[in-house]
Write a protein that binds this ligand. Structure first.
Ligand SMILES: Nc1ncnc2c1ncn2[C@@H]1O[C@H](COP(=O)(O)OP(=O)(O)OP(=O)(O)O)[C@@H](O)[C@H]1O
Length: 595
């Protein structure tokens, strides 16, 4: 209960921050509802006035009935207007907070946490409920007014009508059971829902859709999608069937009870013990109470859904705080490196993985050096880069930046001093200026066009820009109006340009930057890399080139060979060749392949 009250407080606080006036006006609707539900009382007065020929009672009854409806309608309009604007603004605000929590997490561990993913999926499924949170709160208050006012009217008309309350109570228990079943259905189906979404995305995204066609796997994916969608919907269908059965039973009991109470009243009326006005009020109260309780049930149901979603939002907020608190480091990154980067007995295992991706790795990457990291698929090269850029926390050991543990540095500050072009580079479908310029954002501003041109020159990508119809203003991505598609290699070269925009990085990562490039471009690029690396080394920056192409490796100051998550060999190209070990063997194989 306390948790729900805190969620309600969060909704009220958010609404108040968004628009104070509308927050208050939305509640006046409830006042109008009081007059609406006093209707049976006024009708009873009018009937009594009519039967007893008491004009004042008749006028009071009619005025009350008509005026009450008009007043209620007016306040209703004001309330609805206030709510409409609020819903949207509250929704935007909470959406922005969710994006902030997810995007603001210092590391990427959360993206592999199934619990986080399930909560996020359930939250996205009901994203609209967050925007409607205040609305559903106001609705519940409005719907509470109905039964309460009706019960007051019933009590003043005839105490026997309060027996109907005995039926309303099980009804509210029924509503709670329905809510519980729904919550269970949401939790049970989250994983299947996520899998369905993944499979459905595969069939509509261009790259997977074409691979599935090539493999003739479309039918298989459709079959899997049907199974997962079925598993996703099954718990909801079960909850709906249970809810409907319960609702039918409750309604039948209510109808039977109402008939009994009304029969009792009518018999008394026939015996002259009860006046016709009271009977008229009673008939209206029976119908009104049922409607009011049903509205309340729906309102509570909707509110419970909303509170559940707000609960997930709060879970996410607490998760974000926990993750941020686990990275308290606030020291600024050094202006320049003098010693370099060190991995001290580092072991790392991905969340949920069964094996270490890196095991007891100790390495020193001296300031100003160009280090090539080589190794077979899965050797741990990208993982090493992930740890050096602080994307993941080491499981054991330390990563040191000029002797300072990376955990003591502000990760934002450290990453502002890192630059990189990655194997799975970002295809930012914005204008070319924005897509490249994000690599050099300063104080939220894109760099000037001259800087972008220079970076593209360093990345040997000026010709990609020259081919774009509107230069830096060209929209990238074929699915946008006027958008242009690029080849894999062209996207990659723009990504390298993005990396070259960072001034004097302390760590420049080139993670298989040439994998999508043709040999001529690759050759042109290596010379530029060497120049960029010399720039970087002036601030003591370390350049790491991860590659499968040994032609790059030979010119590096140092070569690190990873195998099975461990450092297999380390030294200069000449030293490793002379040693005749794993590196020499791989180099020999590739050289033979080129002959
Ligand atoms: N996100 C992840 N979750 C779990 N395990 C992962 C993840 N990424 C990589 N691994 C595992 O960690 C190990 C090292 O992977 P990593 O990507 O670092 O290798 P790599 O040397 O960069 O390989 P490649 O040359 O294929 O890019 C592999 O066994 C891989 O299966």
């Amino acid at each position: 209960m306390r948790y729900h009250l805190q969620s309600i407080a969060l909704i009220l606080r958010t609404s108040w921050q968004v628009n104070r006036g509308a927050t208050v006006v939305a509640f006046v609707e409830a006042l109008g509802r009081v007059f609406e539900y006093l209707m049976p009382l006024f009708v009873g007065l009018a009937v009594t006035g009519l039967v007893d020929h008491r004009q004042s009672l008749l006028v009071l009854g009619l005025l009350g009935a008509i005026g009450g409806q008009a007043f209620s309608a007016l306040l209703g309009i004001a309330g609805v207007q206030a709510r409409v604007g609020l819903n949207e603004r509250i929704g935007h605000r909470l959406d922005a907070e969710i994006a902030g929590i997810s995007g603001g997490a210092p590391t990427l561990d959360h993206l592999q946490d199934p619990q986080y993913q399930d909560q996020m999926h359930a939250l996205r499924e009901r994203m609209g409920a967050l925007g409607m949170a205040y609305n559903s709160l106001v609705n519940t208050v409005n719907n509470l007014v109905g039964p309460i006012t009706t019960l007051v009217v019933a009590a003043t008309a005839d105490l026997r009508l309060l027996l109907l309350l005995l039926i309303a109570v099980p009804a509210s228990f029924g509503a709670r059971a329905t809510v519980r079943w729904e919550q269970q259905a949401e939790d049970e189906s989250a994983e299947a829902g996520r899998r369905s979404k993944h499979l459905a995305d595969l069939t509509v995204s261009p790259v997977p859709a074409s691979e599935l066609r090539v493999f003739g796997a479309r039918r298989l994916v459709r079959g899997l999608l049907a199974i997962q969608s079925g598993q996703w919907r099954k718990p909801f269908t079960r909850a709906v069937i249970h809810g409907s059965v319960l609702q039918t039973v409750i309604t039948a009991v209510y109808v039977a009870g109402s008939v009994a109470v009304l029969a009792w009243l009518v018999r008394d009326a026939l015996d002259g013990r009860v006046g016709p006005g009271r009977v008229a009020t009673a008939v209206l109260v029976v119908g009104q109470l049922r409607e009011a309780v049903s509205n309340l049930q729906h309102g509570v149901h909707f509110l419970a859904q909303t509170l559940r979603t707000v609960g997930r939002f709060r879970w996410l907020g607490a998760y974000g705080e926990r993750v941020t608190a686990a990275h308290p480091g606030s020291a600024a990154a050094p202006a320049a490196l003098t010693d370099g980067l060190t991995l001290d007995h580092v072991t790392f295992r991905y969340p949920g993985a069964e094996r270490d991706a890196l095991r007891d790795v100790s390495l020193h990457l001296p300031a100003g050096e160009v280090v090539a990291v080589v190794g077979e698929n899965g050797a741990g090269k990208s993982t090493l880069i992930g740890l050096l850029t602080g994307m993941y926390d080491v499981t054991d050991g330390r990563v040191l930046v000029d002797g300072t543990d990376l955990t003591e540095l502000s990760l934002d500050d450290w990453r502002a001093r890192c630059a990189g072009a990655f194997q799975d580079h970002l295809r930012l479908e914005l204008t070319a200026r924005e897509s490249i310029g994000v690599g050099g954002i300063r104080d939220g501003e894109l760099p000037g066009d001259d800087a972008i041109h220079a970076a593209l020159e360093d990345a040997a990508a000026s010709d990609v820009l020259r081919a774009l119809p509107a230069g830096l203003d060209t929209q990238l991505g074929p699915s946008w109006p006027g958008g242009v598609d690029l080849s894999g290699g062209q996207w990659q070269r723009l990504a390298i340009g993005r990396a070259m925009l960072r001034e004097a990085p302390l760590l420049l990562v080139l993670d298989e930057p040439t994998s999508a490039l043709d040999p001529a471009t690759e050759h042109a690029l290596f010379d530029r890399y060497a120049a960029a690396a010399r720039e970087t080394s002036r601030a003591g920056g370390v350049t790491i080139v991860v590659t499968h192409r040994f032609s790059t490796v030979a010119s590096a100051d140092r070569v690190v060979v990873l195998a099975g998550g461990r450092v297999a060999e380390e030294g200069t190209h000449a030293e490793l060749m002379a040693k005749g070990g794993h590196y020499a063997e791989l180099y020999g194989l590739q050289a033979a392949g080129y002959r």
